[in-house]
Design a protein around this ligand. Sequence first.
Ligand SMILES: [Zn+2]
Length: 54
Amino acid sequence: MTSTLATAVRQTKRQMTFHCCDACERVLSIEEIIERHCERCNALTRPTEVREAA
Ligand SMILES: [Zn+2]
């Protein structure tokens, strides 16, 4: 499953496994992910398509 997921991630670069801010369209840092908000626009982040391997 891991290899399949990795391939999917490579093909769909817009939907990565990490968090992104919909407003800023940028990748959030670890701290922002933990805080669950974007430091730039202060918007709440949506944990969508998050499939981190434990
Ligand atoms: Zn933002």
